[in-house]
Design a protein around this ligand. Structure first.
Ligand SMILES: [Zn+2]
Ligand SMILES: [Zn+2]
Length: 759
């Protein structure tokens, strides 16, 4: 028997262990094995049984015990792909698939329950008291699937006030007590009534039909629907068919859009089929319970964030049902990329899993990633389009405000304001007419950096441990000044009163959400922070609960203005929003990353899509969107303002093709991290030399070169990039490096295949 242990030993074949006696251990079982000389107990997964051992049989140790959790064969196969493709140890890939709460068995309790004794095993002579006889008569009429159940529930069911008659039936041998394992987890999600039966638009209906046609086979579908076009209803209708086939489904959503309303809509529609919800707001035992419900077949639909792609559906039987569909909603969202090893992308794992399971996968977005768009154009996936909003609502008018033009001739104080007179005017009008406002500023804190007011000095406050500037945060508990925080290593320090180099005054640049929060009530006294105005960013929204509460206060109309980072751009639907303002569309444009234009386009389009979700009332102005920018001719902004996804995508894909960049070409990135720069450079050079020897001629190498952020938390960062027209040459180069033990998924070398962050 071969067991792969979860510790990061890079050994895809696993270690050989012996099976003693008939323990019922099979492939996928989680077991504990003795490891090394000291026989340290280690958790692992069985990946093969009945193999001829390659080592002396006398030296094979037996396994210690079975844990009682089994991964279905499809997930074992998926883990092997994850390990190969993303270049990480198989044990790590396997371990990623199980939530920690399942591994630990959090919330597991033993409970005594009652079942009926089979007729053949019942005693021939019965002496029952009248009350027991009456209870038995009632129990005999109950449907079989109700059992086993706790005695108290059974008593309620037959309308007995006490469990006395049931105890007597147990003594008489008609009922039997059994011990069953349960996961104790008070369940918190509520169903939201999901209206059924309304007519789909022609576009929605044809998308549903197009996907349903492929149920039972592997096929990738791209559902490109503008904001407000009713993508969720398309998913729900397809799920009807999946459930009717007796199969199950996984619906992935970015963590942040997994609001109670989202989950509730699925629960409301599919209560009978069972819906499991997996997100970070659950307690450990709730997560364990939800996972177990899928494994037992009690839940056939899983709605969850990235890791729900590993839900234990099982085509090979067991308790679970066969997986019949995977939906990846908001597939362009960068939250699908895992930032730690294995650095997988939830969307790409979903496609691979659908292929292994033989089912279709639907990727939905208003702004598809260029990866998905490229696949649709080249015929690798089927494109379905929803070009119009449902219910007669129209896409909002987007106006681009040129900050250079707008601030020309303005005095110095006006130059420092975040809100131009144009945007101020629109905010005032929207508030006066009873509308709601959303303001996007994708920059946290008060100011992005501090520098010396004397330009001849040029001092800028940088982080001691990183090659970045410190961000200035105002803190309520610090009376004067504020706090400087590094967004990369999280180091903090108090603000200095004067320039340490020349003693001049210090000024700040690059205003963030905290500055905006301060400026707004000065301009609009009716905006009171915490009452009629809320700020949403990762500094104020520490827990999922804070976020959900803020959104429901905005939905109720109590909060009139919501300001925040990209958090507010994500799939939210508030019919009262009549104005969306993008305070500075340029925050992403100048990033040293080839996806900067794509990110800017997505951000502006997505946040603009929050406006005008309801049909405009006759005679009223429609909803509008104002985008402030110093780059009004930047194609990403111009196309977003015109709601022209296709125009943007075709131009951007041409640029990428010219440069051989993804999605036309493929990219992997290796980052070497070390406190000693020469040591980092040396290892990076060895990596390059190793790849060069015997590399595929199609492979292009860049580096070694310093990363755009050349030092984080005291470690120098040196990058090597691998580019090729297809994944093959990159995969074989990575395999070579792995064999040579030059890259390990450890603290020193980071391997990122299909990276989305190049900083
Ligand atoms: Zn730092
Ligand atoms: Zn100075």
């Amino acid at each position: 028997m071969q067991v792969v242990v979860e510790r990061s030993l890079d050994n895809p074949q696993g270690l050989t262990y012996a099976l003693e006696g008939d323990t019922g251990v099979g492939v996928g079982d989680r077991v504990i094995v003795p490891l090394g000389r000291g026989n340290t107990p280690a958790e692992g997964f069985v990946v093969a049984i009945n193999v001829t051992p390659a080592i002396d049989p006398a030296k094979i140790k037996p396994i210690k015990s079975k844990v009682g959790v089994r991964l279905p064969p499809a997930l074992i196969e998926l883990s092997q792909w994850l390990s190969r493709y993303y270049c990480c140890p198989l044990g790590m890939a396997l371990s990623t698939m199980l939530p920690a709460a399942v591994k630990r068995g959090t919330g597991t309790v033993m409970r005594t329950e009652i079942e009926r004794v089979e007729p053949g095993e019942r005693p021939s002579e019965l002496k029952l008291t009248p009350s027991a006889a009456r209870a038995w008569a009632a129990i005999e009429t109950l449907p079989g699937e109700l059992f086993p159940l706790p005695a108290r529930r059974l008593a309620d069911r037959i309308e007995e006030r006490t469990v006395g008659p049931i105890n007597r039936l147990v003594e008489a041998g008609l009922l039997r007590e059994i011990r069953r394992q349960h996961i104790r987890a008070p369940w918190a999600e509520h169903a939201v009534e999901a209206p059924r039966g309304f007519t789909l638009t022609d576009d929605q209906a044809s998308a549903v039909a197009g996907v349903v046609e492929t149920l039972g086979t592997f096929r990738t579908h791209l559902l490109h629907g503008v904001t407000g076009s009713g993508k969720t209803e398309v998913y729900l209708r397809i799920l009807d068919d999946v459930i009717a086939r007796g199969e199950g489904a996984i619906v992935l959503v970015p963590e942040i859009s997994l609001t109670p309303q989202t989950a509730g809509r699925f629960i409301g529609r599919f209560e009978e089929a069972g819906v499991a919800v997996l997100h970070s707001g659950l307690t450990a035992s709730q997560r364990h319970q939800q996972w177990a419900n899928v494994a037992s077949g009690a839940a056939r639909i899983v709605v969850g964030a990235r890791s729900a792609v590993f839900a234990p559906f099982d085509g090979a039987g067991g308790g679970a049902v066969k997986l019949g569909l995977i939906v990846v909603d908001e597939e362009h969202d960068s939250a699908y990329k895992h930032s730690e090893a294995p650095r997988h992308h939830g969307r790409d794992v979903a496609i691979k899993r659908a292929q292994i399971e033989g089912c279709p996968v639907v990727l939905g977005s208003a702004t598809p990633s260029l990866e998905s768009q490229h696949n649709a154009i080249s015929g690798r996936s089927t494109l379905h389009e929803l070009p119009e909003r449902v219910g007669g609502a129209r896409l909002p008018r987007v106006e681009v405000v040129d900050l250079v033009e707008e601030l020309r001739g303005a005095d110095a104080s006006a130059r420092l304001t975040l809100l131009t007179p144009r945007l101020q005017g629109e905010i005032g009008r929207a508030l006066d007419s009873g509308g709601q406002v959303m303001l996007l500023l994708n920059r946290r804190g008060y100011a992005s950096y501090l520098s010396c007011a004397d330009q001849r000095c040029g001092w800028i406050l940088g982080c001691e441990h990183c090659d970045t500037t410190m961000v200035y945060h105002r803190a309520r508990d610090i009376p004067v000044g504020g706090l400087l925080r590094c967004h990369h290593c999280l180091a903090e320090q108090r603000i200095a009163p004067v320039c340490p180099m020349c003693g001049s005054r210090i000024t700040h640049f690059g205003a963030g959400t905290q500055r905006l929060e301060e400026e707004l009530p000065r301009l609009f006294p009716r905006l009171i922070l915490g009452q009629t105005m809320l700020r949403l960013d990762s500094d104020t929204m520490r827990r999922a609960h804070d976020y959900h509460e803020a959104l429901s206060r905005f939905a109720s109309g109590e909060v009139r203005l919501l300001l925040g980072t990209q958090m507010i751009a994500k799939g939210l639907d508030f019919p009262g929003v009549t104005l969306v303002g993008v305070v500075n569309a340029d925050t992403a444009i100048n990033m040293p990353d080839f996806r900067a234009a794509e990110r800017t386009f997505q951000l502006v389009s997505q946040v603009a899509g929050r406006a005008g979700r309801a049909r405009p009332i006759d005679g009223q102005r429609g909803a509008r969107v104002l985008v402030q920018t110093f780059n009004p001719n930047e194609p990403a902004i111009v196309f977003a303002a015109q709601h022209d996804y296709k125009g943007f995508a075709s131009q951007e894909l041409r640029h990428r093709a010219d440069a051989g960049l993804p999605p036309i070409g493929r990219l992997a990135r290796i980052v070497v991290r070390d406190e000693q720069l020469p040591r980092a450079n040396r290892l990076a050079s060895e990596i390059v030399a190793c790849i060069r020897a015997g590399a595929d001629p199609a492979l292009r190498l860049k580096g070694p070169m310093p990363c755009p952020i050349s030092r984080i938390a005291g470690k120098h960062r040196v990058a090597v990039e691998l580019l090729a027209p297809s994944a093959g040459p990159i995969q074989s180069a990575l395999a070579t490096l792995r064999d040579a033990k030059l890259v390990k998924s450890d603290a020193v070398t980071v391997v990122d295949v299909d990276p989305i962050d190049l900083l």
